[in-house]
Design a protein around this ligand. Structure first.
Ligand SMILES: Nc1ncnc2c1ncn2[C@@H]1O[C@H](COP(=O)(O)OP(=O)(O)OP(=O)(O)O)[C@@H](O)[C@H]1O
Length: 344
């Protein structure tokens, strides 16, 4: 990959005895969205803070470059190239939205005229023109978040760090934020996103990495990650208890029974051949299911499988997932045994 917007090698950070980042690598192409997922306290914010120069990397970290600038030798240039929106808003509630933006323009040493032009443009773009002259403390959560991001954009950054940008937003505001992020990427901006919402990573990210116990335990596109965990199944539901029992007998050990719902669940990757074989077996026995649903793994399944705290995830193996497109999801975690086949 040539000139990634963010490149880090062996990023480390410890707080006292606690190792938060244990030598992790990032290589994020320009104009893409990278999502960092991980359980609470995994170290996502710590990674953002290091990459955005807010805290120094830990001892033993390798080279880090952001926006084409070396973090160790040219932190000032990194700062000029990036925008950061943290979990805690930079918005000053005592002044208006417009004043917040003008203040940022001053901080970026824009001329008065340029500051006013950029402010008006951002107010318009983030649908805040009407509220521009009201104190930001009167804004809704969604408006404050939009203003926060607008403030980040005053300096026209090419790399933006969004640390949980939609936490606490209602679904409409969240979708609005996604649109806005897509717009930024369309303009060539690189977005480093942390989120608790797997759906958000699924919607937005070109690449997703899962951070757990100080390591990136998997990295790939949403589709690639979904392929590395089990969780895909076919569910057959019956209204006739006799048909249900017959089907359970015929499908045998493959089927997990849900007696209360008269439903059977069979592991499946959702391919046509597997579906055909299940239906053929039912047809041969003269059994008809009332409902058939196919469940493909989602990022929740991936997250749960990769961030389990039991000993499974402690026995690390380096594996590579085959992918239909030729690009592979990298996993560095022990994945549940029944899935080992698909990640070989
Ligand atoms: N300044 C600090 N001093 C000591 N420990 C810290 C400091 N900052 C963070 N930590 C610890 O480092 C770990 C990672 O914290 P971090 O905020 O990076 O996690 P996170 O993945 O962003 O979590 P969340 O999803 O809850 O925001 C946590 O255990 C946290 O308590």
């Amino acid at each position: 990959m040539t000139n990634p917007a963010i490149a880090a090698n062996g990023l480390r950070k410890a707080y006292g005895e606690k190792t938060v980042l244990d030598g992790i690598d990032f290589s994020i192409p320009a104009g893409t969205v990278f999502a960092l997922l991980g359980p609470n306290g995994a170290g996502k914010t710590t990674a953002v803070k290091i990459l955005s120069t807010l805290i120094p990397p830990g001892e033993g970290s390798g080279a880090i470059s952001v926006g084409g600038h070396d973090l160790a030798t040219d932190a000032q240039a990194v700062r000029a190239a990036i925008g950061v929106t943290g979990q805690f808003s930079a918005v000053d509630g005592l002044i208006t939205g417009e004043e917040n933006l003008l203040l940022m323009a001053d901080l970026h040493h824009l001329s008065k005229a340029e500051g006013r032009r950029v402010t008006a443009e951002l107010l318009e773009r983030f649908d805040l023109t009407e509220a521009a002259k009201k104190p930001a403390s009167t804004y809704s959560g969604g408006m404050k978040r939009r203003l926060d991001i607008a403030m980040t954009l005053v300096g026209n950054p090419r790399v933006i760090f969004l640390d949980e940008p939609t936490t606490g937003l209602d679904p409409r505001s969240r979708h609005g934020m996604w649109q806005m992020i897509r717009g930024l990427v369309g303009d060539g901006v690189t977005v480093f996103l942390t989120t608790q919402y797997l759906e958000e990573a699924d919607e937005l990210a070109d690449r997703i990495a899962v951070l757990h116990n100080g390591k990136l335990v998997a990295e790939g596109s949403a589709e690639e990650l979904k392929r590395i965990v089990p969780g895909g199944h076919v569910r057959l539901r019956f209204s006739d208890p006799a048909a249900y029992r017959d089907a359970a007998a015929h499908l045998g050990g493959d089927a997990v029974r849900d007696d209360a719902a008269l439903a059977l669940q069979l592991p499946s990757d959702g391919t046509q051949s597997i579906l055909r074989s299940i239906l053929d077996r039912l047809d041969a026995a003269g059994i008809e299911a009332d409902e058939l649903t196919v469940h493909t793994p989602d990022l929740d399944d991936v997250f749960f499988a990769l961030t389990e705290t039991d000993t499974d995830t402690d026995t690390k193996t380096d594996t590579e997932a085959e992918s239909g497109t030729g690009t592979a999801a990298r996993t560095h975690a022990a994945v549940p045994a029944q899935n080992k086949e698909s990640v070989r």
